[in-house]
Design a protein around this ligand. Sequence first.
Ligand code: GLU
Length: 482
Amino acid sequence: MNEDSIVRVRFAPSPTGYLHLGGLRTALFNYLYARSKRGKFVLRIEDTDRSRLVKGALANLLEIFAWLGIDFDEGPHIGGDFAPYVQSERLDIYRKYADELIMQGNAYRCFCAKERLDEVREGQIAGGKPPMYDRLCRDIPAEESRSRAENEKFVVRLKMPLEGEIKFKDGVRGYISFDAGGIDDQVLLKSDGYPTYHLANVVDDHLMKISDVIRGEEWVPSTPKHIHLYRCLRWEPPRFHHLPLLLNPDRSKLSKRQGDAGVEDYRAKGFLPEALINYSALLGWHPSDDREFFSREDLIREFSLERVTKAGAVFDVDKLTWLNRRHLNAMSDVDFLVRAKDNIPASMDFSSDAGKRALKSIREGLERFSDIPEKMKPFTWNWEGEIPADVRERLDSETAQEVYRVILERRNEIEKWDTDAFKGLMKAAGKAAGVKGKDLWMAVRAATTGSLQGPELTLMADYWGKERFFGHIAKAVEFDER
Ligand code: GLU
């Protein structure tokens, strides 16, 4: 493959209806590489395993990529010069190459029934040998094979060399070599006429002119089979780059079993796409400095495959949360309000100066959008629902009730409501009621927010305005009379 040739990469998921974090990382590295090299990024759906089909999977996938802001140049949704991009629509192509491989003598029909294969397998396992096909059908003469194929079910298997070494250069790991004799005669075409992953993947990567295959490390053992296929078909293989495994903090492989592993899960929890992208980029790629905060544009500028590392990358949700906070912080107020709108109660108004200050306090230290309703509760509380016991106790206490009464008496003395007026009112009320410090402020906090914790009271009082503030205090007096 010519180093200067145009970069064409692909993301080739099977349509499971779910984007695993590992899938996002693979897609992202392909995307960043394509964008940084002004190449093309192709989406190809590898749906030849009919038992794993999930309805609506493609639509889900496209929706999640749109949310992430990762776009493709070719794919089933936009077409392209190498359409169709869904493998189940390309069956004739794979069959043609399977036939060609049989004709050349590089592949053969295997007529073994499942029962026989199971038996062979069990025997090998019992004998402590690695299970693989015993190649019974490998040497059936061509004529006999053709005639049996007319009445019998068969699969097509790749004839792997019985000895020698298969070697390839991996962009991340350097040269990797395999003993060809230890590699199974891989099924290429199943009895239902569908290709396996291996055949379809190689044929499509070639026909779609893919220059670089960037995928997870779990595909390393498949690569010698692919290399052998390229050789048999006399095609030049693409460059391979295998990305390090994603690990849980206990260094087990990141999987759904240990909690959330899907982009959708993190989206539902209120994480931002830019934080997920930023964090995923760091899973196996090291920038030239120790920087960690990246916008998409920075990543496109800085990304290079040379800086992909070999060691497994641990997925650390605390770090993702930290990056999410930083991306939230970097957003303008306008962006924040537009993007967080589903999490903001319609009654909140941030247009006044007091509103802007309230917004600032809500944004402070915020980790995710989904934390906003909780942070806004004290601002919007309305005497509805159950009041916690410690708050009831506070509202009921004699000192608090005295504070409420004197505050209400002063209502008409206040002309202009602002933070100074509120502070003055608190001071005067405390004096008249003979209550100071915590008892005074907690009494008012309980009456206005239904809680004993929350943002600064002065800030909230300013946001509420005079009517709402005194309305709350009047309710607190009534509370005593219940
Ligand atoms: N269809 C494979 C997958 O599900 C693609 C692997 C590859 O990139 O070759 O991940």
